[in-house]
Design a protein around this ligand. Structure first.
Ligand SMILES: Nc1ncnc2c1ncn2[C@@H]1O[C@H](COP(=O)(O)OP(=O)(O)OP(=O)(O)O)[C@@H](O)[C@H]1O
Ligand SMILES: [Mg+2]
Length: 351
């Protein structure tokens, strides 16, 4: 659970995680460019920039069995190219276990050159060079020559991010859509009815029913199929007919979208929700926290939120979340209460 006041850097952290995941799809350069490029990502605080060729944006993560880090920077200017503001990958590293050390390195990239750990513990140079905009995760992951990279790439590719699922009047989730088996809710939520029906057929129908009943006592969701188009129907106590997608309140629709995202029958290694509380009635936060707790038994869930009731509900739930509070100190995002000695061990790959 990541909390913090407005402007403390929660959404920046969310976007950083998403950028990290983009390396596995070779989309990090384009993603960084969309966010405003290297220049906008550099800290605007005190310190001065100095040598611009040494400028870099570094991202990385570590898990129990693998870690990955990458550094993006600006290219050496080339008068023949119009892409001199396009970020390039300066360095990448993959290691075994939680900490990067010379002995745990499995793959290492410096500029265009990559070396891979061989079976005998020595190093094997990759015979061809990489383009500055290609990640070694996407280019070299191979079951024979680099099985660790492949495992790691597939794991990162499974990471899922949901940010402000649309619930406005024109939200695609409100209109009937072609129904096809949907194990992962799309980002715009258009396939909500199909995703819910898929959970009912091959996922955890029981938990789905409970999540709906806890939020809207006495209610249940049915999916109506007309000529292959699926439509949502919410049967509620006291109403003579079910409400369709177009009639649901923003909060009700958002809750159902979050339920569909969380109960995916194909759970990811990491699920990140950015400010899921938006437009949710406070009464829905406790059922949402309970559902997150259930899902977090099998999936690592990161919830980025500044809703005090959601923070309280999650803290009181069976999830027992690890809580990180972000604070701004002199314009920089830091973690509240974290001193030098509390920082997890972390080393960046060499450029
Ligand atoms: N390059 C930069 N250098 C320094 N500060 C920056 C830079 N870019 C953005 N910021 C600041 O960092 C903060 C991060 O905002 P962010 O959107 O992550 O906050 P948040 O915690 O999600 O806030 P909210 O609760 O309002 O959504 C903003 O105050 C923004 O002005
Ligand atoms: Mg934010």
């Amino acid at each position: 659970m990541v909390t913090g006041a407005n402007g403390s850097g929660k959404s920046s952290l969310y976007r950083t995680l998403r950028l990290l995941a983009d390396f596995s799809r070779n989309g990090a350069i384009a993603a960084l460019a969309r966010e405003g490029g290297v220049a906008s990502t550099l800290w605007a605080g005190q310190g001065g920039l100095g040598d611009t060729t040494a400028i870099g944006v570094r991202v990385g993560f570590a898990g129990e069995d693998f870690g990955y880090a990458a550094e993006l920077g600006l290219p050496v200017p080339d008068s023949q190219s119009k892409f001199n503001l396009d970020p390039v990958i300066k360095a990448e590293a993959v290691w075994a276990g939680p900490v990067l050390r010379p002995a745990t390195l499995l793959a290492e990239r410096g500029g265009p050159v990559v070396r891979l750990r061989a079976d005998d513990g020595g190093w094997a140079m990759v015979p061809h060079t990489l383009q500055p905009f290609d990640s070694m995760l996407s280019e070299l992951a191979d079951p024979q020559s680099a099985p660790d990279l492949l495992v790691l790439r597939e794991r990162i590719r499974s990471w899922r991010f949901y940010d402000h699922l649309r619930t406005d009047a024109d939200a695609p989730a409100r209109s009937p859509q072609i129904g096809t088996r949907t194990t992962v809710l799309g980002h715009d939520g258009a396939d909500l009815a199909a995703a819910l029906q898929t959970i009912r057929e091959i996922g955890d129908a029981q938990i789905l029913a409970e999540a709906v009943d806890r939020a809207f006592p006495g209610s249940r969701v049915e999916i109506i199929s007309r000529d292959g188009r699926f439509e949502l129907a919410l049967f509620q106590r006291g109403l003579s007919r079910p409400l369709g997608g177009a009639e649901l309140s923003d909060g009700t629709l958002r809750y159902l979208l979050l339920v569909a995202a969380l109960l995916s029958p194909r759970p990811p290694a990491l699920l990140v929700l950015n400010e899921p509380e938006t437009s949710l009635h406070p009464e829905l936060l406790a059922p949402l926290a309970e559902l997150i707790a259930t899902v977090s038994e099998t999936t690592q869930v990161v919830v980025v939120t500044h809703a005090e009731p959601l923070v309280a509900a999650l803290a009181a739930s069976a999830a027992q979340p690890h809580t990180v509070e972000l604070v701004k100190a002199n314009g920089a995002t830091t973690i509240a209460g974290q001193g030098m000695l509390d920082q997890p061990p972390w080393y960046w790959p060499k450029r």
